[in-house]
Design a protein around this ligand. Structure first.
Ligand code: ZN
Length: 301
């Protein structure tokens, strides 16, 4: 597959990228356009920016669906621009640096020197406009909504809604063709977040990876995410073993095990029961002496 454009609605585009099967977004208004995620490396971002310039020469703003490197390491190609995200700039710089080092050493260990050099040399572009709750962004003649999700695929997910076209850019909250990633997710809260986001019944739902789908596809995935949450809860209650849950997870055993491991990491361990006191060392209970007075007063005298 070569990288290609899909126009999913009037002036709403999805760039299907071969690497990681990514879906990047573009919404074009009368005055400017919004770029949703920028790709995995500076080179990928440059290729994406070039492809955008084939469609429009309007100025752009950028939105990050979340802080995973494959969604924002391409931003250096977009120059100075407004960059919207839920997480703040300091978080993006710190976490971006961590991911850059981790992936560079992983590629180096795998003998992929060129990839290691590329990702290691990425210039991080942190967001400069912060989204809390939801904001409407006027692109000229059309307004898109940037919406903070809460806890789902990560703790800083943001979706982009294009109400006039019925399109929802969901980031990695939904995935098509691959199981959703639970590595930094919130398995219990995730399905509720998706149900809320689908409550306006978007016609087209664009996942972070894989082909765009429709409302019913997204709804089915929300149901599967809810089943994962339920299996995690039943493991916690001792009703199911981890092996049983893994065998019946809707996204396959590996995803289910990843979800359980993540859920455990998020759940504080049960407090240790208080030690039983040693009777030999326990002081006896205090002896209380009651003085009982029993008398009658004859009020007739
Ligand atoms: Zn992600």
């Amino acid at each position: 597959m070569n990288d290609r454009w899909i126009e999913v609605a009037d002036r709403v585009w999805v760039r299907r990228v071969e690497r990681l099967d990514q879906s990047l977004g573009l919404v074009v208004g009368d005055d400017c356009c919004l770029v949703i995620d920028t790709g995995i490396t500076a080179e990928a971002g440059f290729a994406y920016a070039t492809a955008i310039r084939e469609l429009t020469d309007l100025p752009w703003q950028v939105a990050y669906t979340h802080d995973h490197f494959d969604h924002w390491f391409g931003t250096a190609a977009f120059g100075e621009s407004a960059v919207w995200a839920v997480g703040d700039g300091a978080h993006y710089v710190a976490f971006g640096d961590e991911q850059r080092k981790a992936w560079a050493s992983k590629f180096r260990l795998d003998g992929r020197e060129e990839d290691a050099r590329r990702i290691g040399g990425t210039r991080l572009v942190p967001p400069n406009c912060r989204v809390q709750g939801a904001i409407g962004l006027n692109l000229g003649g059309r307004t898109v909504v940037l919406r903070q999700v809460g806890l789902a695929h990560s703790d800083n997910d943001m979706v982009v809604e294009v109400p006039d076209a019925g399109v929802l850019f969901a980031g990695d909250i939904l995935e098509h063709g691959a199981p959703p990633s639970y590595s930094s997710a919130y398995p219990i809260e995730w399905p509720q977040a998706v149900e809320f986001l689908l409550s306006w019944k978007p016609k087209v739902v664009v996942p972070g990876h894989g082909e765009p789908g429709d409302y019913w596809w997204a709804r089915a995935q929300a149901r599967d995410l809810a089943e994962v949450a339920r299996l995690c809860t039943e493991v916690a209650q001792g009703f199911l073993t981890e092996d049983e849950a893994a065998a019946h997870g809707p996204f396959g055993p590996d995803s289910m095990r990843e979800a359980i491991a993540r859920w455990k990491a998020l759940t504080p361990p049960a407090p240790e029961p208080a030690p039983r006191p040693d009777p030999a060392l326990t002081p006896p209970p205090p002896v209380v002496v009651y003085e009982v007075f029993d008398y009658q007063v004859d009020l007739t005298r």
